[in-house]
Design a protein around this ligand. Structure first.
Ligand SMILES: Nc1ncnc2c1ncn2[C@@H]1O[C@H](COP(=O)(O)OP(=O)(O)O)[C@@H](O)[C@H]1O
Ligand SMILES: [Mg+2]
Length: 258
């Protein structure tokens, strides 16, 4: 199982939207996909239509070892896509794990023996705390959504430092899969300038595909559906399909036979 953490400690940059729609696009290729909601806000769970009463076992129980992966997994309405949902309980996991010896490896341990899935996406919370560290320790690579706004690159060095720290201490093979520009607005000059700047600073790790600012992407979660199902022809959905295609090209060949 190839495991990708979707991380950026800033809130509102498109992590969850990217997690939901990439997961859906990957499932559409026939891959078996697991999405782990690692944000106590539970937006990925809500956005995929997982009701509160379907969240008895969540990423909280998974992390603290009270339940195993199979028990915590819920099938979504998207064929081939399952989710480990989250509730606000998850915020307690950080506190409970602090005193444990292998607190950074809790998620890695919990998913180590998973054999049902080809790909696992982890939707990280907006912080660089223990939850995100657990995601980075469990993952093979990181995908960073970056919002096309003036301070886009601010905070990125902190994130890269955290990745480096996790690499030296826990996960030597952790790589940056890529940076995805989100909420791109063609009518806004600033957006274009930010995108040019980001590309000149970060180079080819930035995906060619940009995710446009698209109202359908923001409407879909209130219907409990990925945009790719809510409106598969909107510009946002098309962009996530392109991003999935690019992402697959960057994965080791043996991972996804699509
Ligand atoms: N490309 C986009 N176009 C329009 N709205 C978007 C887009 N991406 C995300 N949004 C909206 O912006 C808000 C923040 O996005 P979200 O994916 O939840 O970010 P994060 O998980 O990083 O906090 C949400 O209301 C979401 O629906
Ligand atoms: Mg989110």
């Amino acid at each position: 199982m190839r495991c990708i953490a979707i991380a950026n400690q800033k809130g509102g940059v498109g992590k969850t939207t990217t997690a939901i729609n990439l997961a859906t696009a990957l499932a559409a290729t026939g891959a078996k996909v697991l999405l782990i909601d690692l944000d106590p806000q539970g937006n990925a769970s809500t956005g995929l239509g997982v009701a509160r009463d379907q969240r008895d076992w969540t990423s909280y129980e998974l992390l603290i070892g009270e339940a195993d992966l199979a028990e915590c997994t819920v099938k979504t309405d998207v064929p081939g896509l399952s989710i480990v949902p989250a509730t606000v309980d998850l915020s307690g996991a950080e506190i409970e794990l602090v005193d444990r010896d292998r607190r950074s490896n809790a998620l890695q341990t919990a998913i180590a023996s998973a054999s049902t899935y080809d790909v696992c996406l982890i939707d990280c919370p907006p912080s660089l705390g223990l939850l995100t560290v657990n995601a980075l320790v469990a993952a093979h690579s990181v995908l960073v959504p970056l919002q096309c706004e003036f301070f886009a690159l601010e905070g990125l060095s902190q994130l890269l430092q955290t990745v480096e720290l996790v690499r030296t201490r826990f996960n030597p093979d952790l790589s940056i899969l890529g940076v995805a520009l989100t909420m791109y607005d063609r009518r806004n000059r600033l957006t274009e300038q930010v995108s040019d700047d980001v590309r000149s600073v970060l180079g080819p790790i930035v995906f060619d595909t940009v995710i446009p600012r698209n109202v359908r992407l923001s409407e879909a979660p209130s219907h409990g559906l990925p945009a790719l199902i809510y409106d598969h022809r909107c510009a946002g959905s098309m962009a996530y399909i392109d991003l999935a295609r690019e992402l697959i090209e960057r994965l080791p060949k043996e991972d996804i036979a699509a």
